[in-house]
Design a protein around this ligand. Structure first.
Ligand code: SF4
Length: 214
């Protein structure tokens, strides 16, 4: 295993307290370890009503809790208000990944994160979502900036978690921790489309709860 060497991080705008929107353990593992290594005071906010079905949601959340407990990082288990998510996704069911449905999905999750941050004395927020190479970082950062816009004392930190070997460390930590390895982005439509793609390649549909990093 390679040594996990990172730059020391400092929060933007002299921030003191950060709220990390976390989508899952594999994506937030490196982000969390990097912040712990830099002595950043942070709390995890798990708000992901997009994840479908409930079984997958529970597995992803429990994996994240398990890792947070290892470092004694506070973990906020926010609502699973999936009905609101489906309501907001109406008319976008057939949109491709990285399209407008994903913008809605990031907006919804970040709006709630920003509100919580504002109401609980956090001055910086960021997300683990951008570390995944499957995501469009500019799209995520736009949503982050939009979410903090109503709150003058809250900064969105657009740090590129992929750089400086972050992507490789994300995989390394996932293997070390034997994290659950989700095989689709999260929503019902991404599950449908991933299975469609797999079928076209002669692969079996996704089985929930069986694949772990090793
Ligand atoms: S594909 Fe992923 S980011 Fe896009 S709407 Fe579905 S869960 Fe959200």
């Amino acid at each position: 295993m390679t040594e996990l060497v990172r730059d020391t991080l400092t929060l933007p705008n002299n921030g003191q307290k950060l709220l990390l929107h976390s989508c899952c353990a594999p994506c937030s593992g490196e982000v969390m370890e990097a912040m712990v290594a830099s002595g950043i005071d942070f709390t995890i906010y798990f708000y992901n009503p997009n994840i479908h079905p409930l079984k997958e949601y529970e597995i992803r959340k429990e994996e994240n809790i398990r890792f947070a407990e290892k470092f004694n990082i506070p973990f906020i288990d926010a609502d699973y208000d999936k009905d609101n998510w489906f309501e907001r996704a109406k008319g976008m069911e057939m949109e491709p990944e990285r399209g407008i449905r994903c913008t809605m999905c990031f907006d919804m999750r970040f709006e709630r994160t920003a509100l919580y941050a504002h109401e609980h004395g956090f001055d910086v927020m960021t997300s683990s979502l951008g570390i995944s190479r499957w995501k469009n970082m500019a799209q995520i950062n736009d949503c982050g900036e939009r979410a903090v816009a109503p709150y003058p004392n809250l900064t969105y930190w657009d740090y590129n978690w992929r750089k400086g070997g972050g992507s490789a460390r994300m995989i390394e930590i996932s293997k070390r921790e034997s994290f659950y390895q989700q095989e689709y982005c999260g929503c019902a439509y991404s599950l449908r489309d991933t299975n469609k793609f797999r079928k076209s390649k002669g692969r079996a549909p996704i089985k929930l709860g069986v694949m772990y990093y090793q």
